[in-house]
Ligand binder design. Structure first.
Ligand code: NDP
Length: 273
């Protein structure tokens, strides 16, 4: 049985083992998939041991996505643009390949699962951390009319915007400067929701019918989702669909089979309740 795992620290909360077990059942693949806790200072040794002992693929989560980028012998274009790797695999020559499936996961969830539209929309992304860096290229490929990155530490948003200017109209701003601005699609990529918190957002931020997407997911509405509902959002989504879609892309990289995601999103949603 070929061996796969998600590696992180902490990792106990990860839904990836349930998601990949569901993919394996659905597609008749005989694999094992577990959650592995690597030492904070020892990602590379840990990952090397995993592959040396016959492991076939790793998902990489917080805080190791940058370490995984350094660790891989060869990285895909999308992981180079993200500066981070969330999927490692090993080829016939024992080369370790790095990829990043977060961006494609988010965009597939919005476009395919919810028939959302990014093209020609004014898109606001809150936050400028690892998750946002991972999804920007794929969002820009959808050709929004404008993509604005707002972050508490504005310099980080400016840096990110500068590295994606070749992809289209992208700019950076502070939260305070959002006053008077309106957006059709607001994506929360801050980790504020994890602390039950919310970035300071002006009440007129959402255009009529605007969509909101919190990269975080939870059993109940996140603080950002509650805010969006209270301020007229036409549709509010959370990151569970993205999580399952990025996992499906990893599964495809490893097994060359694309699982059906909707039943698995439903299953994990039920398990959250
Ligand atoms: P990082 O630690 O890399 O970045 C955190 C970001 O949040 C920074 O921009 C930080 O601002 C901002 N921030 C933190 N607290 C606050 C606050 N109280 N008010 C305003 N801004 C705040 O985290 P990640 O990018 O890795 O993760 C971000 C979110 O995305 C998390 O909720 C995570 O769960 C989710 N995620 C979901 C995935 C999915 O598949 N659904 C995949 C990956 C992540 P500053 O720069 O000023 O510190």
């Amino acid at each position: 049985m070929e061996r796969y795992a998600v590696v992180g620290n902490p990792v106990g909360h990860s839904k990836s083992p349930q998601i990949h077990a569901a993919f394996a059942r659905q597609t008749g693949q005989s694999i094992s998939y577990e959650a592995l806790l690597a030492p904070l200072e020892g990602f590379a040794d840990y990952a090397r041991d995993f592959f040396n002992s016959g492991g076939k693929g790793l998902n990489v989560t917080v805080p190791f996505k940058l370490d995984a980028f350094q660790f891989a012998d060869q990285c895909s274009a999308r992981s180079r643009n993200a500066g981070a790797v969330n999927t490692l695999s090993i080829d016939q020559n024992n080369k370790i390949l790095g990829d990043n499936t977060d961006g494609v996961g988010l965009v597939r969830d919005i476009l395919s699962n919810h028939q959302g539209i990014i093209r020609n929309r004014r898109v606001l992304v809150l936050g400028a951390g690892g998750a946002v860096r991972g999804v920007l290229e794929m969002l820009m490929r959808e050709q929004p009319a404008q993509l604005t990155i707002a972050n508490r530490t504005v310099a980080k948003a400016e840096q990110l915007a500068a590295s994606f200017t070749d992809c289209g109209p992208v700019s950076a701003t502070s939260f305070a400067e959002l006053e008077g601005e309106r957006y059709d699609f607001v994506i929360n990529g801050t980790s504020a929701s994890l602390q039950g918190d919310l970035p300071p957002l002006p009440s007129s931020l959402l255009a009529p019918g605007a969509w909101s997407y919190d990269l975080m997911y939870a059993r109940a509405d996140t603080p950002f989702t509650s805010w969006a509902k209270a301020h007229g959002a036409g549709k509010t989504l959370d990151g569970l669909g993205m999580l399952v879609e990025q996992a499906a892309e990893s599964f495809f990289i490893w097994r060359q089979i694309r699982p059906e995601t909707l039943p698995v999103i439903q299953l994990i949603r039920e398990q959250l309740q």
